[in-house]
Design a protein around this ligand. Sequence first.
Ligand code: 4AD
Ligand code: MG
Length: 477
Amino acid sequence: MRIKKILSPEWGQEKIAISGWVRTKRGSKNVSFIALNDGSTINNIQIVAEGSVFSEELLKQITTGSCISVEGNLVPSKGSGQDKEVLAAKIVVLGIADVDEYPLQPKKHSLDFLREKAHLRFRTNTFSATFRLRHTLTFAVHKFFNDRGFFNIHTPIITSVDAEGAGEMFKVTNLDLENLPKNPAGKVEFSKDFFGTKTHLTVSGQLEAELGALALGKVYTFGPTFRAENSNTSRHLSEFWMIEPEVAFSDLEKNMDLAEEFLKYCIKYCMEKNADDLKFLNKRFSDEENSIKKENRLEMGLIERLEFVLENDFVRLTYTEAIDILRNSNHNKKKKFNYLIDGFGAELQSEHERYLVEKKFKKPVIITDYPKDIKAFYMRVNEDNKTVRAMDILFPTIGEIVGGSQREERLDKLEARIEEMGVCKNELWWYLETRKFGTCEHAGFGLGFERLMMFVTGMKNIRDVIPFPRTPQNAEF
Ligand code: 4AD
Ligand code: MG
């Protein structure tokens, strides 16, 4: 039996048996009150253990962090704070937790401290709520696409192509690094490597997803992606999960509609399914806000912000319009940006994205039609031959949460872009063949799963929404 079910109004059985981890124990010689949690819900169940039933020796072993199983009767609670409690008839201590060594004491620990205890942090309210939400969000993703006739495809994790052309990849090899095979020119002989060629961990499943879409119509991937960029920020992971839908007979407008509907669906699904967890995280979020200076506080609470996103259309504007707004902003004039905007061609930094979302529009924003020079080779070139059919979705506090585009389906234009960007054409022969054999308009996007997790949970560091974060200089656990 699990505590979530037992605490629900529908539960009708008196005799119960549960197992879980002790959060706190208080009381006297005559009676102990144990708050037990089994991970099924944020709520603990209160166990009442009477001194006349249990030996002092057994009760002494029940401390914060210990694991016990309990049999007893579910009765209306005499105390305040809970409707029901368990009058214990039998308790077995499955695993003790040394009081002096167990690091999670019943008090507030910092997130930095808990990151170092990633093996135990699941047992805190904050992280159990977060990781239950992570499950729900995963489920929402699959449900959304399944209900709309998409097929999930598994794209390779080890690959020989650089899908984003950004070159920030982790190498995969089984060559002896102390004794590398070299060719006469002194270069490493990758034909001697495991796969007979240079390989790395994928940065995106998009190129393979496109192959799927151009046969199955609508597909999506949901897998781990790896980026070796040395970005030690609160929004970057070296290993993160990305959802990439790809749709045939779709253009940029339909792509934006799909992304907006998808994001709203996932948020709503979490609000419906994990209301208790979100209530807890909402309070945590407000407490945190109240502990900082008034002028730095956000305008909305966590749940309020989620509702706000559900109720409002995302603002859509072109890159050129965004640049005009930024260049003419007081922020730019007063040199408050670290990177000042002088005109077309500038990369949007997260400070600019956040200005547009949080100060200017106060809504999620979709920016389209970026200059081709700052975007990947596969994006469809516009008539102006200067911009591409790209779209980035920007969220409050997060910045970029989705990146996508209508793809270049015209073989000649695609080849020209590959040439122009200096991308290795030989490796992409199979990608190019789809443009030769029955090509069609198609579009897709990539959602950074952890970025959406940050938005839904209100957690401010991306390391706290994935169980075991991988970041520069850190691969523990
Ligand atoms: O904008 P990106 O690089 O787009 C692609 O990879 C395309 N192939 C997607 C597509 O069109 N199918 O990455 C997509 C999203 C970003 O918007 C961001 O949310 C997330 O992935 N992302 C990261 N999340 C965490 N850590 C990182 N280092 C990330 N890099 C990108
Ligand atoms: Mg991007």
